[in-house]
Design a protein around this ligand. Structure first.
Ligand SMILES: *Cc1c(COP(=O)(O)O)cnc(C)c1O
Length: 437
């Protein structure tokens, strides 16, 4: 399978999977998509019931002809090694929706799937090349940096440099950005998130620096983060189909549209998925688009579901690249901060179900559906553990906040970071000085 740019209809410049993962963005500024979407039916998954084997079967066509083809099984075993419960969202209400809990990984958010898969693939691909170790740069304002640092912690052929804005991340986030092993370095930048991002962009634009450190990126548009996210949709759709005979519908908290796009791809491949509902916060660009309007990017608005504060979803270009028939049965709903607060507090009190602010947008969207529509088997995609957003969630519930063992385990790790000024020379010096051996 080759990967082409969304801005290219022919495949003449298509690249291999590993190259697409290394490059992140295509040379023409577009996003990589598979040259064609393979098709698979339920029968292809006969006797497969656990996530790693379902993932391996689903992703096999995407790895065909890749340098990593023979390693796919081992990659899936290594990456999908934590539980992914698909359970009734509301205990004691069997006619209610299911919850797909994607937050039992090491940093307690669904970004663990993409970050770990990409890290494992790049590390294994690097081992074959025996070149200078890859240096992944991540500018982060929160969750992504932690997931990427954690994912690369034991990589043998890659190191990570995380840049985050001083004084602008929560204590728990700072812990997650600074507590990883010797091949992950954290730079606390005297500036805001944009300053961090400028330093990273500047480094990529410096050919000498980029070559000397073999720079790579792990941001959310990377195809290596999207592919593994398809796995849990296939897994959940098969579960629902096998137990009810019906196609599952999904409600997905949406920011950059990566998670929802993975679901669209799985449906377009032929697996039994019915409706796909995008849950947005006050950043409602997709709500207007799905209601038949045009897509108009806008500045982002800060909300309680901050990982979804995206005014211009970067994966929209991949949505537009899908055939029109693959875009049927998509709708979108808005949950304002007041709705998020209401939903968290009500569901905790009534059912003991504690949502993070992002997952609460999906629960809210389900409650807005007409009664007959709610009879379908709906799956609420739960993207982060509520403990990650303790400041928001704890005051809204009467009971103690549930804890994630993975987050508690980080508490004893030491924080390591270096302070730097937001200047290219300071960043270059930090890169030179970083030697994990
Ligand atoms: C990143 C993130 C989202 C949004 O996912 P996209 O793929 O950007 O649409 C939702 N919830 C949480 C907790 C996240 O970290």
């Amino acid at each position: 399978m080759k990967y082409r740019s969304t801005r290219e209809t022919s495949c003449k410049d298509a690249v291999s999977l590993v190259t697409a993962m290394r490059n992140g963005l295509a040379a023409d500024g577009g996003l990589y998509v598979p040259a064609r979407l393979p098709t698979l039916t339920v029968d292809a998954f006969e006797n497969l019931t656990d996530l790693p084997t379902i993932a391996e079967r689903l992703l096999r066509p995407f790895f065909k002809g890749s340098a990593l083809q023979t390693e796919l099984g081992a990659i899936c075993e290594a990456v999908f090694d934590f539980p992914v419960p698909l359970v009734p969202a509301y205990a004691g209400r069997e006619d209610g929706p299911l919850a797909l809990e994607l937050y039992h990984g090491p940093t307690a958010a669904f970004k663990d799937f993409g970050a770990r898969f990409l890290a494992t693939c790049l590390d294994r691909a690097g081992a074959r090349k025996k070149t200078v170790p890859l240096t992944i740069l991540v500018a982060t304002s929160g969750d992504t940096g932690g997931a990427v640092g954690c994912a690369f912690e034991h990589a043998k052929n890659a190191r990570v440099v995380i840049l985050y804005p001083k004084g602008r991340v929560s204590p728990l986030q700072e812990k997650q950005l600074t507590c990883w092993g010797p091949n992950v370095t954290s730079l606390r930048v005297a500036g805001d998130f944009d300053a961090c991002q400028r330093l990273v962009k500047g480094a990529f634009a410096d050919p000498d620096l980029a070559a000397r450190h073999n720079l790579g990126s792990a941001n959310s548009i990377n195809i290596g983060r999207l592919l593994p996210q398809m796995s849990y949709y296939a897994y959940a759709a098969l579960e629902v189909f096998r137990t009810t005979g019906d196609a599952a519908s999904f409600i997905i908290p949406t920011g950059n549209l990566g998670n929802a796009l993975a679901c669209l791809w799985v449906r377009a491949m032929g697996l039994p998925i019915d409706r796909i509902v995008l849950a947005q916060n006050a950043n409602r660009s997709l709500v207007d688009y799905c209601a038949g309007g045009t897509f108009s990017p806008r500045p982002s608005i800060a909300t309680l579901a901050n990982a979804m504060d995206v005014g211009n979803p970067s994966n929209f270009e991949r949505l537009g690249a899908l055939p029109t028939k693959a875009q049927h049965n998509i709708s979108a709903h808005v949950a304002l901060d007041s709705d998020i607060i209401w939903q968290i507090s009500r569901d905790a009190k009534r059912y003991g179900r504690v949502w993070c602010p992002h997952s609460a947008t999906a629960a809210f969207a389900w409650h807005q559906l007409p009664t007959h529509e709610r009879l379908r088997p709906y799956v609420l995609v739960s993207t982060a553990h509520p403990q990650k957003f303790e400041e928001t969630v704890a005051p809204l519930i009467d009971a103690p906040l549930p804890h994630a063992p993975a987050l508690d385990a980080l508490a004893n790790r030491p924080c390591r970071y270096a302070d730097i000024e937001a200047r290219p020379d300071a960043f270059a010096a930090a890169l030179e000085g970083f030697n994990p051996e």
